[in-house]
Ligand binder design. Structure first.
Ligand code: AMP
Ligand code: MG
Length: 407
């Protein structure tokens, strides 16, 4: 048996990012990963412009003090956002009315806000002085032409889409989406809407897995249920080998009808991991064949989900080029007394709240690995490390924020 940390290392070391990319609209790009570094070909903003509605002036003019005389500047023109600033030039003693976002006229080096002056009979009377560059947005102050604005492996966020638009990118090159095959195993399983016999249950793993895969920007291909027969299991896995990654659920423990490991081995998949020191999810198989990756997840619905979140998700992210795959772990005050198996790391379904800036956490109810309801209520995992025998109410424990973005 291998520890959780070591298992994840083995898995990540066995995977290389996909070699193929695709070009997509920036509007489809959120959550996808840059395949190339992106270099700015223009300045943002492209020209010096006003940050305020007001008057473009020469800063020095506003700093002059003439005894017993109010400072006044002659209004000579007006520039609107998007307006032309050709032949518009400021000389000492003059001012040009200017709107937010409008280009600065020649000669002007500051803007005095409309709120800080009086306009009267073609003149402005500034109530205060301005410094050079005050209320001016300089060309390139957001992005300088030639800078590397994004690097290969960065995840694209909403603000990035705005930056890409400012830089005149309509499309962006990202890693292609990994194709992921899902196989459910078990004679007891039937899919939604199919006729159910006594002793059978609905297949839920195929659905949580499809959604997890979509949520992580990959494409799920559900290949159906493999009955607990060796020949049929082999056939399903052979079909699955044309995908980048194969995930099966069930059939990897010690039961008489657990054929998954035998089946994948017979297809040449090299099993690198068969058991992990964790609860739930101990019987977790991981293997590779060339650039194909295989995960045999345990069948219990919560084990399947935890195994996905802790192991498949980081591997998928690496496959699609992402550099970050960790969910943040913070400390929280525990609201329950808990006992555990010292030989294994426990992931408990928890719900955290924040009171006075401090995280608090409680378990969501029964922690049986078939109790999906307590997963549904959870917004974090309480992590109780190997070696620990219990944790007490009031203890500070690590919790993993499973809905937070990767860091
Ligand atoms: P197994 O790992 O095949 O021994 O399955 C462990 C438990 O998970 C059994 O109670 C199965 O009925 C259940 N199980 C296996 N696969 C699924 C599935 N796709 N959906 C819901 N429950 C499942
Ligand atoms: Mg089974």
């Amino acid at each position: 048996m291998i520890s959780v940390d070591k298992a994840l290392k083995v898995m990540l070391n066995s995977v290389q990012p996909l070699k193929q990319s695709e070009k997509i609209s920036i509007l489809e790009a959120r959550g996808r990963i840059f395949f190339n570094d992106v270099i700015a070909k223009i300045n943002v903003p492209p020209f010096n412009n006003s940050a305020m509605d007001g008057y473009a002036v020469i800063a020095k003019d506003t700093q002059k003090k003439i005894p017993n005389k109010a400072l006044k500047l002659k209004i000579i023109d007006v520039i609107q956002a998007g307006g032309s600033f050709k032949n518009k030039k400021i000389t000492s003693g003059t001012a040009i009315k200017i709107m937010t976002g409008a280009p600065m006229p020649e000669g002007a080096d500051a803007v005095i806000m409309i709120e800080h002056l009086i306009e009267k009979n073609g003149f402005i009377y500034p109530a205060r002085s301005v410094k050079k560059k005050e209320n001016v947005r300089l060309a390139g102050e957001d992005i300088n032409k030639g800078t590397k604005i994004f690097k290969r492996g960065d995840v694209i966020k909403t603000a990035d889409i705005g930056l890409l638009a400012s830089l005149n990118f309509k499309e962006v090159t990202v890693f292609r989406k990994p194709k992921v095959a899902i196989i459910s195993t078990g004679d007891e399983l039937v899919d939604i809407d199919e006729k159910i016999r006594p002793g059978q249950i609905r297949n839920s793993n195929a659905y949580t897995l499809q959604d997890e895969i979509k949520k992580n920007q990959a494409i799920p291909y559900y290949l159906g249920i493999a009955q607990d027969k060796k020949k049929e299991t082999v056939k399903k896995f052979r079909e699955a080998l044309k995908y980048d990654l194969i995930i099966s659920s069930g059939g990897v423990s010690m039961g008489d009808y657990d054929f998954v490991k035998e089946a994948v081995k017979s297809l040449g998949i090299d099993l690198k991991i068969e058991k992990i020191k964790m609860k739930p999810g101990k019987p977790l198989a991981f293997g590779v064949k060339g650039n194909k990756i295989f995960f045999g997840l345990p069948g219990n619905p919560v084990s399947t989900m935890i195994a996905f979140i802790e192991f498949v998700r980081p591997v998928l992210l690496k496959l699609m080029g992402a550099e970050k795959h960790k969910k943040p772990i913070v400390k929280a005050i525990l609201g329950d007394d808990l006992v555990k198996k010292p030989a294994r790391l426990h992931f408990l379904r928890g719900v955290f709240s924040v009171k006075n800036g401090q995280f608090h956490v409680k378990v969501t109810g029964s922690q049986g690995s078939g109790i999906l309801k307590s997963m549904s209520k959870a917004n974090c995992f309480i992590i109780l490390k190997e070696g620990l025998k219990f944790a007490k109410k009031g203890d500070l424990v690590p919790i993993q924020l499973i809905n937070h973005e990767n860091i």
